[in-house]
Design a protein around this ligand. Structure first.
Ligand code: PEP
Ligand code: MG
Length: 758
C-alpha cells in the first residue's frame, strides 16, 4: 500500500475513534472513503441479526431516503454476493454481471464500477463496505487493500458496539422508517402505483392496523366508540339475565366483572384519550386493551391473572361493534393497493373494481386463490411478502411490481417517474394485445393452439368472449358453494350452470364437479384435518357424499339440455371406476324422472402423481384429460402451494413437472385422447411455449392471461419451441429453464410479456 494511503487510513481511524457514537463514525467512514478513493458513492451495510438482512446504515452519493430502508438478503444482488462469498467482489461493469439487481440504480442513475468488501469477525459477515463509480472502473489491488484494512477496523468497532446492544439500537434508529423495498413472490403480472388500504381479519384486535383520524372527525369517532361500548354492555346484561337460572351464583359473578370493567372509566377513558390524539377507535382500543392485559398478566393472584383473557374478550366484542358500524370505507384517493396479512377473496369486494390498483399479501403464493383472482381481474399482485409491516402501511404510497414480486414503499420522485414510464409502456403493450383478439393463437409456421378461459371463481366475472377464447376450459363449480350459507339446491345449481353454458354456446364449456377441501373449506361443512391437502378434498369428499354429488351431477346434466356444449370434468382423480358408475346413475335417475339427457363427454384432471403413472388406464376410460399443474406441482415437488416459506421451491417449470406433462401427453395420445392444461402454468407466456412444444392440445387460463399467451405463441415458430423444449430437457432446474425461455421471448421482441416495460 503506498505511503499516502497509509496516512489517509491513519487519519480516518483517528477521526473514527474521536467520533461521538457509531452513527457518526459510520458517516465519517463513508465520507472519507469517497474522498480518498475518488469514487462517486460509498456506503456501509450492517447485519440486522433479527431479520438476517443487511441494512444500509450510512451513505454518500446515494439517496439518504434509502438509509435504514434498503435491506438486502444474503445472496441478493452484488452486495448479497459479497455476503454469500464472504470475499471482496470487484466488478468493472456491474450492470452486465449476472447477479446484478437494478434497485439502487433506478434511484440514483446508473453505476458501473463496483467494489464490495465484507466486514468479518469470527467468520461472521457483520456488514459490507461498498464503493461505486458511475463510469466503468476496475478497482486496483491497492483499493481493495485499503478497504479491507478499514473493514477490519470497523469489525472491531461493531463487535464492541454489539456487546452493549449499540448495533440493534442503531439499526432500530435508522429503521424507524419502513423498509424501502420488500420482496415477495410474483402473484399476478403488471405494475401499479397507488396508496395502501390495509384490510384485516374481522374482530381480531392484534391485526388492527394504525389509521389517523382528522381533527374534525375525532368527536364522531369518540361517539362511535361509546355506542359500541353501550352495545356490549347491553349484550352482557342480556346474557346474564338468560343465564340467571342456569348458572350458579359464583359463575354469574363473571358478568358483573365484565360490566364493572366496562363501567369503570379506565378502559373507556383511556381509549377516548387515545382517539383524541388523532387515532381511529379500533387502534386506540387495541392499545388500551393490550395495556390492561399486560397489567393483569403480571399479577400474583391466579384469579386476577385469568382476567386478562376476559379483557381480551371484551376488546374483541367492542371491536366487532365498531367494525359493524364502520363498514370499511376507503378514504384514500386514486388507485387503491389492497394490503393485508392474509388478503382473502372477499376483501377484493371492498374496493370498486375500477379503483383496485394491486394486491399485496404477507401470506400466500402465486397459486393461492386470491392471486388467481387478481390475475382474472388483470390486477398486479405480490404474495408472500414476509416482512410486510402491515400495521404501518395505511395510506402510504406504494409501487407494486407484479412481475418481479416486489414493492417499493414511499418511492422517491425518480423511482415513481421510472415506473410511470413502465406503466406507459404497459398500456401500449395492452393496446397491442387488444388488436390480437380476432386473430388465432397460431405460430408463424402455422401450428394452432386453441385457448380457453378458466372462470367460475367469482360470479361477477362474466365470461369474456371478447378475449377471443374458444370456450371454457375450466369452470370451477365450487364458487357458488363457497359464497353461500348452505349447499345450493339442484334448481339453483341448474340456473348457475345454464348461465355459463348458454353464454358460451356453441363453444364447449367444461364444468368441473365440486372441488372443496384443501384450502377451500365450506363454511357450513367444517372439516378438521392435520393435512387438508392430503385429506378429504375434491372427488374424495363427493364420492363419500353421493347425495351432494348426485345432486350436482343431475344439475349439470339438466343445465346442458339441448345446448350440446357441455363437458364434465372430475378433480383430484386417482381412479375412475366409481365416478363413471355415479354418472350413469345420475342419467338413469333423470330418465326415471322423465328427463332424457345425453351423457356428456367426461374427462378427468391429472393433478396427483398417481394419475400420471396410471395415465394409460385412465385415458382408456375417459374422453379427455386436463392437467391441473397447480396441484400437480405441489404434489410432485412436495411443496404446499400456499406456503410462502417454501414458495421459492414451487415452480411449474421444474424438470419433474415437465417430464410428468410429457408422460401424460404421450399416454393420452396413445389412446387418441386430447390433453389440455388448465393450471396457472398455461397462462404463463414462457411456459405456454413449452406446453405447445410438448404436444398439449389446448390451454385454459384466466381471461387476463389469454392475450399475452396468444402473443407469445404468435411470436415464436413451432420449430423454435421444439428446439427450446429439447434444450430445456437437458437443464437441471426451473430457474435455468425459465431463463432459457425468457431469453427466447426477448429475442422474439416480446420481452414485455414477462417483465415491466416493453
Ligand atoms: C389445478 O390444480 O391446477 C387446478 C386448475 O385446480 P385448482 O387450482 O382449482 O385446484
Ligand atoms: Mg386443483
Amino acid at each position: 500500500m503506498p505511503h499516502s494511503m497509509l496516512d489517509v487510513l491513519r487519519r480516518i481511524i483517528q477521526q473514527v475513534n474521536a467520533a461521538r457514537d457509531l452513527s457518526q463514525a459510520l458517516q465519517i467512514v463513508v465520507h472519507a472513503v469517497r474522498d480518498a478513493m475518488r469514487v462517486d458513492a460509498a456506503s456501509v451495510y450492517f447485519l440486522d441479526a433479527d431479520t438476517g438482512r443487511y441494512v444500509l446504515m450510512a451513505q454518500e452519493g446515494l439517496s439518504d431516503e434509502m438509509v435504514g430502508r434498503l435491506r438486502i438478503a444474503p445472496g441478493e444482488g452484488l452486495v448479497g454476493l459479497v455476503v454469500e462469498r464472504a470475499e471482496p467482489v470487484n466488478v468493472e461493469d456491474a450492470p452486465s454481471h449476472p447477479r446484478y439487481r437494478h434497485t439502487l440504480q433506478r434511484e440514483n442513475g446508473e453505476f458501473h464500477g463496483f467494489l464490495g468488501i465484507p466486514i468479518i469477525q469470527h467468520r461472521r459477515v457483520l456488514g459490507v463496505l461498498v464503493v461505486r463509480q458511475v463510469a466503468q472502473r476496475r478497482f486496483s489491488e491497492t483499493d481493495e487493500a485499503f478497504l479491507l484494512t478499514l473493514a477490519a477496523q470497523l469489525a472491531g468497532a461493531i463487535t464492541q458496539a454489539e456487546a452493549t446492544g449499540g448495533i440493534s439500537r442503531l439499526i432500530e434508529e435508522v429503521s424507524g422508517r419502513v423498509p424501502f423495498m420488500l420482496r415477495g413472490r410474483p402473484g399476478s403480472p403488471g405494475v401499479a402505483i397507488g396508496r395502501a388500504h390495509v384490510v384485516f381479519a374481522p374482530a381480531n384486535l392484534e391485526r388492527v392496523p394504525e389509521r389517523k383520524v382528522e381533527p374534525e372527525a375525532v368527536e364522531a369517532e369518540v361517539a362511535a366508540f361509546r355506542e359500541a361500548v353501550d352495545a356490549v354492555r347491553g349484550d352482557i346484561q342480556r346474557m346474564a339475565r338468560r343465564m340467571e337460572d342456569v348458572l350458579p351464583a359464583e359463575e354469574l359473578a363473571l358478568f358483573d366483572v365484565f360490566s364493572m370493567m366496562l363501567g369503570s372509566d379506565t378502559l373507556v377513558d383511556e381509549t377516548i384519550a387515545r382517539i383524541r390524539e388523532g387515532r381511529w377507535a379500533p387502534a386506540a382500543l387495541r392499545d388500551t386493551i393490550a395495556e390492561h392485559v399486560r397489567l393483569f398478566e403480571a399479577m400474583e393472584d391466579p384469579y386476577l391473572r385469568e382476567r386478562a383473557s376476559d379483557i381480551r374478550d371484551l376488546g374483541r366484542r367492542i371491536l366487532a361493534y365498531l367494525q359493524a358500524r364502520h363498514p370499511p370505507r376507503i378514504e384514500i384517493e386514486g388507485p387503491v393497493i389492497l394490503v393485508g396479512e392474509e388478503v382473502a377473496a372477499f376483501h377484493l369486494a371492498e374496493v370498486p373494481r375500477e379503483r383496485l390498483g394491486a394486491v399485496v399479501s404477507a401470506r400466500g403464493s402465486g397459486t393461492s386463490h386470491v392471486a388467481i383472482l387478481a390475475r382474472a381481474l388483470g390486477v398486479p399482485a405480490v404474495m408472500g411478502v414476509e416482512d410486510l409491516p402491515v400495521g404501518q402501511l395505511q395510506g402510504q404510497e406504494l409501487i407494486v411490481d407484479g412481475y418481479e414480486g416486489r414493492i417499493f414503499v414511499k418511492p422517491s420522485d425518480a423511482l415513481r417517474q421510472e415506473f410511470d414510464r413502465l406503466r406507459g409502456e404497459e398500456r401500449e403493450l395492452a393496446a397491442g394485445l387488444e388488436s390480437l383478439h380476432d386473430l388465432p393463437a397460431e405460430t408463424p409456421d402455422g401450428v394452432r393452439m386453441p385457448l380457453y378461459v378458466n372462470t367460475g371463481l367469482l360470479s361477477d366475472i362474466t365470461p369474456s368472449l371478447e378475449s377471443g377464447a374458444e370456450g371454457v376450459g375450466l369452470y370451477r363449480t365450487e364458487v357458488p358453494f363457497l359464497v353461500r350459507e348452505h349447499f345450493p339446491g339442484e334448481d339453483e345449481q341448474v340456473r348457475i350452470y345454464r348461465h355459463v353454458l348458454e353464454g358460451f354456446a356453441p363453444r364447449p364449456v367444461i364444468l368441473r364437479t365440486l372441488d372443496v377441501g384443501g384450502d377451500k373449506p365450506l363454511p357450513y361443512f367444517p372439516i378438521q384435518e392435520d393435512n387438508p391437502f392430503l385429506g378429504w378434498r375434491g372427488i374424495r369428499l363427493t364420492l363419500d357424499h353421493p347425495e351432494i354429488f348426485l345432486t350436482q351431477l343431475r344439475a349439470i346434466l339438466r343445465a346442458g339440455q339441448g345446448l350440446d356444449n357441455l363437458q364434465l370434468m372430475l378433480p383430484m382423480i386417482t381412479e375412475v371406476e366409481e365416478t363413471a358408475r355415479l354418472l350413469r346413475r345420475a342419467t338413469d335417475e333423470l330418465l326415471e324422472d322423465g328427463i332424457e339427457v345425453p351423457v356428456p363427454p367426461m374427462g378427468v384432471m391429472i393433478e396427483v402423481p398417481a394419475a400420471v403413472y396410471q395415465i394409460d388406464a385412465i385415458a382408456r376410460r375417459v374422453d379427455f384429460v386436463s392437467i391441473g399443474t397447480n396441484d400437480l406441482t405441489q404434489y410432485l415437488l412436495a411443496v404446499d402451494r400456499n406456503n410462502a416459506q417454501v414458495a421459492e421451491l414451487y415452480d411449474g417449470l421444474h424438470p419433474a413437472v415437465i417430464e410428468a406433462i410429457l408422460q401424460v401427453v404421450e399416454g393420452a395420445h396413445r389412446h387418441g385422447r386430447p390433453v389440455g392444461v388448465c393450471g396457472e402454468l398455461a397462462g404463463d407466456p414462457a411456459a405456454a411455449i413449452l406446453l405447445l412444444a410438448a404436444g398439449v392440445d389446448s390451454l385454459s387460463m384466466s381471461v387476463a392471461s389469454l392475450p399475452r399467451v396468444k402473443w407469445a405463441i404468435r411470436s415464436l415458430p413451432f420449430a423454435e419451441a421444439r428446439r427450446l423444449l429439447d434444450e430445456a430437457r437437458g437443464l437441471q432446474d426451473a430457474r435455468a429453464i425459465r431463463r432459457l425461455l425468457n431469453e427466447a421471448l426477448d429475442r422474439a421482441g416480446v420481452g414485455g410479456l414477462i417483465r415491466a416495460g416493453k
